[in-house]
Design a protein around this ligand. Structure first.
Ligand SMILES: Cc1cc2nc3c(=O)[nH]c(=O)nc-3n(C[C@H](O)[C@H](O)[C@H](O)COP(=O)(O)OP(=O)(O)OC[C@H]3O[C@@H](n4cnc5c(N)ncnc54)[C@H](O)[C@@H]3O)c2cc1C
Ligand code: FES
Length: 481
């Protein structure tokens, strides 16, 4: 399940932390956000290190679609309605500036990362009015947006919102180059942060400034980020043999496809669901079925999936972590648009650390509070967390482990206890406890990825309990019942 990005790039390994250190700034997490933040700080003459639990670029960044765009689905009409024209305009400008910054960095540093400027199309097979309204709203904010009747896709649509001059690239080729001169410690998992002290599996680091670029921040307090976002997972299948597309595409329809070309390959994405809510599976199957229908000449070359954080008010959380820790910073809640938002995080956080005002810091500040806008999603998230914590006491409604078929997983009963159990194709049982080590919610089986996923905040584990995705920091087997 390796993405085409990681299949085609090898990034030089870095050593783990080998002794205690004192530094000016420590960035925790070496994904697109963490590496760009460190790169910006280094460019501004600051001393910075990156602490990465595994390999840089090895988190969600290696599994992205890597469109660099200010077109984020049906966004601008909603933003204007919720926040007014001024704030919606700032959102648009920040994203357009981020696209340009990628181009500047790539040109200044001569980076070969398949960067290309292309139009981006937001299309539908039935919702013309929504698209027209979105085109109007985006154009009103000064974005290069028009409504177009003809969309260069191999199936019919009712039209699209076209944003000119957007971009796409190879995320890991870019990350590899900009990380070359950074001081990075890999295989260095941060377990806890107390004030300025960072405790890792290899030693401690004292840092004047600490940036949490871990995709989902792990400290529960302060900040309570676990109450402010959940994760959503989606799936990508790459095909060869399809004619290169002149543009990037994103559907507003349920089960619609996200599409882009990457060299000789075409990537189709879709099958989105809240992480931990895919018990019946079928996400890859739905993409493959559409590919077969619309692009039958395509031959599958790879498939993979990723997840991202969704906040309650449609805005990412970038900036000061909490008013109780003025020297902590955070970059999260990218809403599946983390290429531009990683760049915006680097702009905002490096300015904050250098004591410079940034025009976008207020809009994306985690200290903002939109009670009316956030209330509904907050209630849903709290409801799902409560359900995740309380379910699991109906032992007799579970199937018996012996009834699990080969290649299937599920919550089973064994005597008076319930377990998360998977029977592999050879008939061997892989059994772990059902509670997530993050905050104790009940894990659910994801048949598309053969993983145990948590519906509360999106941690994931393989069938033997090894941690795949955070915010949990421990393998599941460490707390096996
Ligand atoms: C299917 C899909 C397609 C997408 N396509 C696009 C797209 O086309 N365009 C776009 O703009 N965005 C896209 N996104 C979103 C984008 O990929 C993400 O927002 C972005 O990659 C997140 O980067 P990150 O640096 O925040 O996280 P990550 O890349 O996950 O990096 C976080 C890093 O922190 C490390 N870490 C975590 N905990 C610790 C710890 N305790 N100690 C040390 N290190 C730690 C992890 O190992 C990881 O390497 C997509 C998302 C999905 C799900
Ligand atoms: S991810 Fe928070 S309880 Fe599982």
């Amino acid at each position: 399940m390796e993405s085409i990005w990681s299949k085609t790039t090898k990034i030089q390994e870095r050593p783990a932390l080998s002794s205690d250190l004192s530094v000016e700034t420590a960035v925790i997490g070496g994904g697109m956000a963490g590496i760009l933040i460190a790169f910006f700080l280094q460019q501004k003459g600051r001393k910075v290190i990156v602490l990465e639990a595994d390999r840089i670029g090895g988190g969600q960044t290696r599994n992205t679609t890597a469109k660099i765009t200010s077109q984020h689905g049906l966004t601008y009409e909603k933003l204007i309605r919720k926040y007014g024209t001024e704030k919606a305009g700032l959102y648009a400008r920040a994203n357009e500036e981020a696209i340009q910054k990628y181009q500047d960095i790539i040109e200044e540093n001569n980076i070969d990362c398949d960067f290309e400027r292309l139009p981006s199309y937001l299309y539908s097979t039935r919702e013309r009015h929504k698209l027209e309204r979105e085109a109007e709203a985006a154009a009103e904010l000064g974005l290069p947006a028009t409504y177009v009747e003809t969309v260069p896709l191999p199936f019919s649509t009712v039209g699209a919102v076209c944003f000119e001059n957007q971009a796409q690239f190879h995320p890991l080729k870019f990350l590899k180059e900009i990380s070359k001169k950074l001081e990075i410690f890999e295989k260095t998992m941060v377990y806890s942060v107390k004030g300025h002290k960072i405790v890792t599996n290899w030693g401690t680091v004292n840092a004047e400034n600490i940036v949490f670029a871990t995709h989902y921040p792990f400290p529960l307090v302060p900040g309570c980020y676990f109450l402010r976002q959940h994760q959503e997972r989606s799936y990508i299948v790459a095909f060869s043999g399809i004619k290169k597309l002149d543009g990037m595409y994103y559907s507003i329809d349920k089960a619609g496809l996200s599409i882009r070309s990457a060299g000789d390959w075409t990537l189709l994405g879709g099958g989105a669901h809240r992480t931990g809510e895919n018990e019946s599976g079928g996400s890859y199957a739905s993409i493959r079925a559409q590919a077969k229908k619309y692009m039958p000449q395509g031959k599958e070359v790879a498939h993979w999936s990723a997840q991202d954080c969704k906040t309650h008010d449609q805005l990412p959380l970038i900036g000061s972590y909490s008013r109780f820790r003025p020297y902590w910073y955070v970059a999260t809640g990218f809403e599946k648009w983390g290429m531009t938002f990683s760049m915006i995080s680097a702009m905002i956080i490096s300015d904050r650390i250098c004591g410079t005002e940034n025009p976008y810091q207020k809009l994306f500040s985690p200290q903002r509070f939109h009670p009316l806008i956030s209330a509904c999603d907050l209630m849903i998230d709290v409801g799902i967390s409560v359900r995740g914590l309380l379910t699991g006491y109906h032992v007799w409604t579970c199937m018996k482990e012996k009834d699990l078929e080969n290649g299937h997983g599920g919550i089973v009963r064994k005597g008076f206890r319930r377990y998360a159990s998977y029977r592999d194709e050879a008939g061997n049982i892989h059994r772990i406890s059902i509670r997530c080590p993050h905050m104790g919610c009940e894990l659910l089986w994801n048949p598309d990825e053969l993983s145990w996923d948590c519906p509360c905040h999106g941690s994931r584990f393989d069938c033997d309990g090894n941690l795949i995705d955070n915010p949990a920091q421990k393998d599941k087997k460490e707390i096996l019942d």
